[in-house]
Design a protein around this ligand. Structure first.
Ligand SMILES: Nc1ncnc2c1ncn2[C@@H]1O[C@H](COP(=O)(O)OP(=O)(O)OP(=O)(O)O)[C@@H](O)[C@H]1O
Length: 227
């Protein structure tokens, strides 16, 4: 379960006269096990900021962000790292990898970090790479030279390697062809069926309507910005 209660965030632009910009105010939402919640709202309304707060990249100014039994807004960095390893996955739009690590190990890595045996982790990685149509001849290579779409699919495979109880998705179907898009939607549906709580940003409206149970309009949490 992911629950956001009355969360606020301001940015202070230290290199621009310390201007303070309120970006999110009084944000509250809940994603229950088996539920997918879509964050919607105009560009600049604060969707990414909210996701980054839930993942612990940005510190909330106030409020509570519970992921399972961890309050991300209060957790120490070490607790956040444990949460990310065990309890909270994040599929961003872009793959960030250590150069020279083969694709198979990039995807298996979240399982290896949890102590899963190398063979079992690679087997799971292979299943996902096959489902996402990454040709087997590429699995031995680092994904750094892959096309944008291939990198995105490797990233998705990695994000779904471990059965995280909570999952954040940032435009998981952006720039995918129809076949791979369908596969990603099936992965999301499977994650929901096993009880994952999911929050996502989807610009693909059809995909959003298919997998999401609830839409939360972040514009309602955007403070009035007097200029
Ligand atoms: N690190 C930052 N420093 C200062 N301002 C920021 C920072 N990150 C985001 N903002 C501001 O916060 C507001 C919300 O941005 P955010 O990226 O969360 O919006 P969004 O709804 O995800 O937009 P989009 O749909 O265009 O991706 C914007 O006005 C943005 O300029």
């Amino acid at each position: 379960m992911i629950s956001v209660e009355n969360v606020s965030k301001t940015f202070t632009l230290h290199n621009q006269g310390s201007v303070v910009i309120p970006v999110v105010e009084g944000a509250s939402l809940v994603a229950r096990p088996g539920e997918c919640v879509a964050l919607v709202g105009a560009s600049g309304s604060g969707k990414s900021t909210l996701m980054r707060m839930i993942y612990g990249n940005y510190l909330a100014a106030s409020g509570r962000i519970m992921v399972g039994d961890v309050d991300v807004a209060l957790a120490a960095p070490r607790e956040i790292l444990t949460l990310r390893r065990e309890g909270l996955g994040y599929v961003s739009q872009f793959l960030r990898v250590v150069p020279r690590v083969p694709t198979l190990d990039v995807v298996a890595e979240p399982l290896l970090a949890l102590g899963v045996a190398r063979d079992a982790a690679r087997e799971r990685a292979a299943v996902l790479l096959r489902r996402l149509n990454i040709p087997e001849r590429l699995w031995r290579l680092s994904p750094t030279t892959f096309s944008g779409g291939e990198q995105q699919r490797v990233n998705i495979a990695r994000g779904f390697a471990h059965d995280y109880p909570a999952l954040l998705l940032d435009e998981p179907t952006a720039s995918l062809d129809a076949v791979n898009r369908e596969e990603v939607l099936c992965l999301i549906e499977e994650a929901k069926a096993r009880g994952a709580a999911i929050i996502g940003i989807f610009h693909d409206v059809e995909a959003r309507d298919r997998v999401c149970d609830q839409l939360v309009d972040v514009t309602g949490f955007t403070p009035a910005r007097g200029i």
